[in-house]
Design a binder for this molecule. Structure first.
Ligand code: CAA
Ligand code: FAD
Length: 378
């Protein structure tokens, strides 16, 4: 076993740290306050190759590894949870098109996404199909050379900002999960519109939107994978995406611990720096221990994905522990900043708001337990 980063992983870590310091940290508070989607930052991330890392060179990727990709999300999340969410979701359609797409689909869509020229989104959730993803009601009916989509999706990250959407719809309702299919839908397709843009507790600079399909016609070549393969395709994508979201949670927790140690060294009460109080040091030790536990679950799950081994259980475990750690650590970090932690002058309240979503999206903590339990009780 080798727990060291490779040279390449170290290089990625160093370069994304610099990028975050120069491009992301300075605007993190502002884009949160203004609920502003950081499109320019995403473009720059693309330009600098960060969106291409784990993908094959022939389709505009950098031929790197999955751990490096997750390091990118982790490092971004240390300073901005919203940008990390945008990036993590952006990877999902790229991954799915590469895994299940035709050569033409890969050539048409992937390089534009890995370069940051286009933004990607993944749309599974509907008002009555959240945790129960099998209950999708959006339909896709083949009519000559086109599919006609009808229905709506809710809570879609990058919705309204994305150029390329992977959408899940029913092609055969009678077949249950085996009647679901995946499609690539381009923005501006007639019959496809953006509905409500959500106003959220956290990750405010990310966009979360309703998608509406009204007799939306897409070429039949835009079927992704085979008819009836959509549910499995979604689950495969989510297995990978969940490690990304766990990395977002890890970064948030690490960022909050770093801020807290700095603050406790500066702030004095009872005639000495707060860092000297053992009661607070115990919190720091707990925060550190949980962060280390989630770090190694995440890197292990990434390693399994990278080496082509099964990783459904490990991804769910990493997300469960990672997101609960992010909530624990950011909550304690606010507490240890006292009243200042509650104020927007410090980044802690934003980090705590941003951390909450990691327990909800890409499958809630309860769903992670269902996935883990079903795997260990087979
Ligand atoms: N990989 C491959 N196949 C899988 C799979 C996986 N990880 N999980 C399930 N499947 C297959 C099963 O083998 C089964 O196949 P067969 O038809 O051949 O038997 C089929 O899928 C159905 O599986 P289940 O019976 O287990 O399905 P279920 O209806 O009980 O649902 C669930 C299982 C895990 C609860 C699933 O519904 C789920 O993951 N729900 C949560 C939804 C979710 O995570 N949504 C996230 C939306 S995206 C998002 O949120 C993005 C973002 O935040 C930014
Ligand atoms: P529900 O499924 O109604 O769950 C409500 C509660 O019941 C939760 O605590 C849940 O864990 C619990 N529960 C449900 N079923 C069970 C059970 N069987 N056993 C025990 N407890 C259970 N979706 C996308 O497709 N694409 C996106 O890009 C995307 N981005 C999102 C961004 C944001 C900011 C948010 C808030 C959501 C996003 N989602 C996206 C949707 C997200 O994946 C769902 O919100 C999530 O899967 C939960 O579904 P739900 O909200 O319908 O909650």
């Amino acid at each position: 076993m080798n727990f060291d980063f490779t040279n390449e992983q170290n290089m990625v870590k160093q370069s994304i740290e610099e990028f975050v310091q120069n491009e992301i940290e300075p605007i993190a508070e502002e884009i949160d306050r203004e609920h502003r989607f950081p499109r320019e930052t995403i473009k720059k991330l693309g330009k600098n190759g960060f969106l291409a890392i784990p993908f094959p060179v022939e389709y505009g990727g950098a031929g790197g590894d999955t751990i490096s990709k997750n390091i990118v999300i982790e490092e971004i999340a240390k300073k901005c949870g919203a940008t990390a969410a945008i990036v993590s979701v952006h990877y999902l359609p790229i991954n799915l098109i590469l895994k299940f797409g035709t050569k033409e689909q890969k050539e048409k869509y992937v390089a534009k996404l890995t370069s940051g020229e286009h933004i990607g989104a993944f749309a599974l959730t509907e008002p009555n199909a959240g945790s129960d993803a099998s209950n999708v009601q959006t339909t896709a009916v083949l009519d000559g050379d086109e599919y006609i989509l009808n229905g709506s999706k809710c809570f879609i990250t990058n919705g309204g900002e994305a150029d390329t959407y992977v959408i899940l719809a029913m092609t055969d309702k009678s077949a249950g999960t085996r009647g679901m299919s995946a499609f690539i839908v381009e923005k501006d397709t007639p019959g496809f519109s953006i509905g409500k843009i959500e106003d959220k507790m956290g990750i405010c600079a990310s966009s979360t939107a309703e998608l509406i399909f009204e007799n939306c016609r897409i070429p039949k070549e835009n079927l992704l994978g085979k008819e009836g393969q959509g549910f499995k395709l979604a689950m495969v994508g989510l297995d990978s995406g969940r490690i990304g979201m766990a990395s977002q949670a890890l970064g948030l927790a690490e960022g909050a611990l770093e801020e807290t140690i700095k603050y406790l060294k500066e702030r004095e009460q009872f005639g000495k720096p707060l860092i000297k109080f053992q009661g607070l040091q115990w919190y720091l030790a707990d925060m550190h221990s949980r962060i280390e536990a989630s770090r190694w679950l995440i890197y292990h799950a990434s390693y399994l994905e990278q080496t082509g081994k099964p990783f459904t259980k490990e991804a769910a475990t990493a997300k469960l522990i990672g997101s609960e750690t992010a909530m624990y650590v950011t909550h304690k970090a606010v507490q240890m900043h006292g009243g200042y932690g509650f104020m927007k002058d410090y980044p802690l309240e934003r980090m705590m708001r941003d951390a909450k979503i990691t327990e909800i999206y890409e499958g809630t903590s309860e769903i992670m337990k269902i996935v883990i339990a079903s795997q260990i009780t087979r």
